[in-house]
Design a protein around this ligand. Structure first.
Ligand SMILES: [Zn+2]
Length: 575
């Protein structure tokens, strides 16, 4: 066992405030920290017992917390919100951070406008049901800094405003426990030098004491542990991309498996950064009902359901020694490639691929390859993390144990990517159905500018979303295909169309439209890509990450229905 790169706990910022101001009775303070409401109220009560008037608010999503904690929402008839802007931020950054405000005030008319007189402050004009109007301000403490890769950022931070009994006062940034943990963990992990030619897991295990707080709107919640996981994972990828001279967001880098594991546990915030050998142990777990799964399937069940498809088995091996399993069913139809689990934290496509493949295999003439779990190393980490950190989107399990995206891999050895190479050798499919997911709730990077760099389009759920790429000669086929698929999925699954409309409406109010086309109610991104090995590729994006229960079962149904609709539409188009 090698020594950890970092093992440290970070004294609670709330405890430090209580200790410092508890000795100054008669002082008054306002503070903004990252902490759940129960911890903040407990610190306020402790200070009050020591003669200190304190109000402690959330530094994260301050406008949402103001509505939850300070404003009586039921009497609001209308709310006009002017949100701050800053030259160092995307124009809609503070509008995005106010999500899902409009859904928290369902009876009120909520409108937004850009620009405020006071920096980093929301200006609210609230009219109650009796017609009385009140103007309010909500401070959103932020600071300008340079991030782990030297880029300028404006990020949420703690803040302190205090007046002492002697009349002196303070109004300053308060670097909080979790901000210090984040900076220390990234700095320690950045020192890691992967041994040449060997791959390991860079483990960043952390605990924070603040439980998730559901918001009562879809899958939305305040999740501090998840936000830390996301910012650690993408910050470290960016650090290694930069060290390798690659551009930010490059998906070919192979640093090894970067694995944040952030859980909720009482006590001070803690972190341990260490390096582990990759393991090929399979995580187990109870099998689900394939027809109505309430949770992602264990790997043994995926293998067993794939075997039921029949046809000829083929496989590829991962760097950890796991197998990517696939089947080829030969027939008189035009061949189609069906894949799932490229990104292992997107679990509904795995079920959709299996169910569609079993249904197709029962038909005469069906002709396809299916590889429902293309990234088993990522999925093993995913299975481990969903047990530790339920409800999180877990992008740390997205890529392979090499740390790259298997679709972008252009080097030898091919590992997981060999499964698609073999599928092309077996039946030369001209159509690829690639089943993916994206976050089912807001995705943020609170310590690095809030908006996930390179993924702004995916930071809020917009329902079932289609990406269609095609060779230029296939543009007519692409148009016919997307029309048929969206029409059939919307008709067969009206609840998916309804979810899509609802999420699109709520997201639109906080992040605009992503600049995509809308076809039969669904966002569709259609583009020419003559470099693709397959001339036509339909990628599904269902907001499935973190879903469980009936919402997960519906996601699986949407993936299955889309696959069958796309298979059938393709046969008609080329037939
Ligand atoms: Zn994906």
């Amino acid at each position: 066992m090698t020594q950890p790169l970092l093992e440290r706990s970070f004294p609670s910022t709330l405890d430090a405030l209580v200790a410092e101001f508890g000795e100054k009775p008669g002082s008054r303070l306002e503070a903004w920290v990252f902490a759940d409401v129960a911890s903040r109220r407990a610190a306020e009560a402790e200070l009050k017992a020591k003669g200190v008037e304190a109000r402690i608010r959330s530094a994260f999503k301050p406008l949402v917390h103001a509505i939850l904690e300070d404003i009586a929402a039921d009497g609001v008839a209308s709310l006009r919100v002017a949100y701050p802007q800053h030259p160092g931020c995307l124009p809609g950054r503070f509008l995005a951070e106010a999500y899902p405000l409009s859904a928290l005030l369902p009876g009120a008319e909520v409108s937004f406008s850009a620009g405020t007189e006071t920096p980093f402050t929301y200006e609210l004009s609230l009219t109650d049901t009796h017609g009385h109007t009140e103007d309010l301000r909500v401070f959103a403490p932020n600071y300008e800094h340079t991030d782990a890769v030297g880029e300028p950022q404006v990020s949420p931070t703690g803040w302190l405003r205090a007046t002492m009994p002697d009349g002196t006062s303070r109004d300053e940034r308060l670097e909080t426990d979790v901000e210090r943990l984040f900076a220390a963990a990234v700095a320690a992990a950045a020192e890691w030098q992967p041994p040449e030619g060997a791959f390991n897991q860079l483990r960043v295990a952390a605990t924070l004491p603040w439980p998730d707080q559901p918001l009562g709107v879809g899958d939305e919640a305040i999740r501090y542990a998840e936000a830390l996981h996301e910012d650690l994972y993408f910050s470290l990828l960016e650090v290694f991309q930069t060290q390798s001279g690659l551009s930010l967001g490059d998906r070919t880098l192979q640093p090894g498996q970067i694995a944040p594991a952030v859980t909720v546990a009482p006590g001070p915030a803690r972190v341990r950064v260490s390096v582990r050998a990759l393991s090929d142990a399979e995580p187990d777990g109870a099998a689900e009902n394939l027809a109505d799964p309430q949770a992602p399937l264990p790997p043994a069940q995926i293998a067993a359901e794939l075997a039921k498809v029949g046809g000829a088995a083929f496989s590829a091996a991962t760097v950890s020694g796991r197998s990517v399993l696939a089947r080829h069913v030969a027939g008189s139809d035009a061949a189609v490639m069906i894949s799932g689990g490229q990104h292992a934290n997107e679990p509904s496509g795995i079920v959709g691929a299996l169910r569609a493949a079993q249904a197709l295999a029962a038909r005469p003439g069906a002709h396809f390859t299916v590889h429902p779990l293309e990234n088993p190393d990522g999925y093993a980490l995913y299975r481990e993390l969903i047990a530790l950190s339920p409800g999180q989107m877990l992008h740390g399990a997205r890529y392979t144990a090499l740390g790259d995206d298997l679709e972008y891999r252009a080097t030898e050895p091919r590992y997981e990517s060999a499964i698609r190479d073999r599928a092309r050798q077996l039946c030369a499919p001209n159509f690829h159905i690639n089943l993916h997911g994206y976050p089912a709730h807001e995705w943020s990077r609170p310590f690095t500018g809030y908006v996930p760099r390179g993924f702004a389009m995916w930071m809020l759920p917009r329902g079932l979303f289609f990406i269609l790429r095609h060779h230029s000669a296939w543009s007519g086929a692409a148009e016919r295909l997307i029309d048929k698929v969206t029409r059939r999925v919307g008709a067969a699954l009206p609840e998916v169309l309804e979810l899509t409309q609802r999420q699109r409406k709520l997201s639109h109010g906080h992040a605009g439209e992503p600049g995509t086309r809308v076809v039969n109610g669904f966002c569709c991104q259609i583009s020419v890509d003559d470099a693709m090995p397959t001339p036509l590729k339909l990628t599904t994006e269902y907001p499935d990450e973190s879903l469980r229960g009936p919402a997960f079962a519906l996601a699986c149904k949407a993936q299955e229905e889309t696959t069958l609709a796309a298979y059938d539409a393709y046969q008609k188009i080329v037939g």
